[in-house]
Write a protein that binds this ligand. Sequence first.
Ligand code: CP
Ligand code: NVA
Length: 308
Amino acid sequence: MRHLVTLDDVTAAQLETIFAITEDLKSKFAQGVREPLLPGRVLALLFEKQSLRTRVSFEACMTHLGGGSLMLGADTGFGGKRESMADFARVLSQMVDVVVIRSKRHDTVTEFAKHSACSVINGLTDRAHPCQAIADLFTIRERFGGLAGRKLAWVGDGNNVARSLALGCAKLGVEFVMATPSGYEMENGYLDRVRKQCPDAKLTVTSDPEAAVDGASAIYTDVWASMGQEAEEAKRKKDFAAFQVNEHLFATAPDDAVFMHCLPAKRGEEVTDGVMDHERSVVVEQAANRMHAQKGVLVWLLGTHAAG
Ligand code: CP
Ligand code: NVA
């Protein structure tokens, strides 16, 4: 049973397979072709947090691929006390082919996957956002015609998106440099585990945003306080003040560097309007690629490419 709980679940070769499927289906989509590769398949979405991109892109994917989707919330008892997570997973996975979970705690996804008879995809937890990282790496690959040797500068919190990107970059030969205030790095040992898995990985942490963006192809940031961290917002605003991606910082990056953000963004905080709306901002392409790349993931998990 294949799952996508973190990018640990996919090899570099499998990521390339996902990109190849994505590229093929994206170009067909642009020509008005929606190949029904997953007829009759059903995807369930279990979300404990808000979502625009993840929810809509997965629902659209299933419609385009000839399947269906079910958005399920608290009314099913998910995350509540009605029945155990194990029983919930055992039953739901008899009725659908794949489940996307967005949960407050990462353990919810791992526990569900442990008892699930169908594939489980992490649609964002406090620890990881693998679908975002896959779409982002696809976006960089598309923009620059390849990934190997590129550099991504992460300017901001060592959060879920940062963890998944660091691992994805390491797997695909992209240098990952993170500029973050002291105390907001990824937890001790995370990058060491990535280095162990990918011995050639180039991963660096600095507290200097200008040093991070030097020579980078992509400058990436995310909100300073993620969903669930609202109580820390005021403190984080102060701590991250010197880490805003603004016109000055963006101008120190190479002339062909792109600005990236997983969205939703807090304009005026982690990024200025001038950078969000810059001609080299690819935030909308990234969001659009969530749909295309998730088709790659779904077909890889469930479709005829399942052997690769
Ligand atoms: N980037 C992302 O996952 O967006 P949503 O929270 O809107 O799904
Ligand atoms: N780090 C953000 C990402 C949202 C897509 C959050 O977890 O809220």
